[in-house]
Ligand binder design. Structure first.
Ligand code: HEC
Length: 131
């Protein structure tokens, strides 16, 4: 015969496992905004640059640099604009991210899809490395 206390114990075990799984999942999430891309390191050259090329270099490159901001090279991105830095390593609130998140950039264009902005956020959070 199954006692009430046995059922309670079994339930507690199940809940315990569920909580353990959840806790384990959480340890891999550095920032809720970047959940999609936290399992591995984001590459500037292979992932971030192609996104900037798609949405930004038309107005921010060596040839045409609005506000002196060039987004076609790593040095350009980290060099910032005439007003100063636009990417602070580790700071997901960096101006470049804010401008995209608010829809201000790309100027006059369609907003960048969240998945692509998440890639940039993850790269900045991971230290904005030249990788
Ligand atoms: C059609 C042209 C155009 C495109 C495309 C464009 N920008 Fe801009 N950007 C501008 C202009 C013009 C300014 C300056 C005026 C302003 O802030 O609106 C600017 C300003 C900025 C600034 C502010 C710099 C500072 O120090 O104040 C950032 C950051 C920026 N752009 C990032 C981006 C990013 C990232 C993209 C791509 C997602 C992008 N821009 C796409 C034209 C553009």
């Amino acid at each position: 015969m199954l006692l009430r206390s046995d059922i309670t114990a079994a339930l507690a075990a199940v809940v315990g496992i569920a909580l353990a799984v959840q806790a384990d999942g959480n340890t891999q999430v550095k920032d809720p905004a970047t959940t999609a891309v936290t399992q591995r390191e984001v590459s500037f050259a292979e992932e971030v640059l192609p996104i900037l090329e798609k949405y930004c270099v038309e107005c921010h490159s060596e040839e045409s640099a609005e506000l002196g901001l060039k987004l076609d090279t790593y040095e350009g991105v980290m060099g910032g604009s005439d007003y100063g830095t636009v990417v602070e390593a580790g700071d997901v609130g960096s101006l470049l991210i804010e401008m995209i998140a608010s829809g201000d950039m790309p100027d006059g264009g369609d907003p960048m899809p969240a998945e692509e902005l998440d890639v940039i956020k993850a790269w900045v959070t991971e230290g904005a490395q030249k990788n």
